[in-house]
Write a protein that binds this ligand. Structure first.
Ligand code: SF4
Length: 99
């Protein structure tokens, strides 16, 4: 295998360092797979309109009592912010384990 030294190419040290710095910058700016997963997760959330979200309880059920609620104002399935006293058609009761 030929190396730059064996090929007798003039290597400008300053230019080489600049190329390394640019390469590091590109690596830093390119989002990794974790970012793509996070973005896909965020995009998968439904809009409030799509799930008939309302800012009041329904039949005594509220977001704060839903398994999808993330305190203080977030939800696993619906775009926030979420009112803990609200409700939508994805409301799901927490699983109650038998005694
Ligand atoms: S009721 Fe709907 S908006 Fe509220 S926490 Fe549950 S899934 Fe999210």
């Amino acid at each position: 295998m030929k190396t730059l030294r064996s090929m007798h190419l003039p290597v400008d040290r300053r230019r080489a360092l600049r190329l390394v710095a640019v390469g590091a910058g590109v690596v830093t700016l390119v989002p990794g797979p974790g970012h793509a997963q996070q973005q896909a997760h965020e995009e998968a959330k439904k809009t409030k309109e799509a799930v008939h979200y309302r800012y009041k309880p329904k039949d005594g059920n509220t977001c704060s009592a839903c398994v999808n609620f993330i305190p203080e104002t977030d939800c696993k399935k619906v775009e926030g912010p979420i009112d803990p006293g609200g409700w939508c058609e994805l409301w799901t009761a927490p699983e109650v384990l038998p005694d």
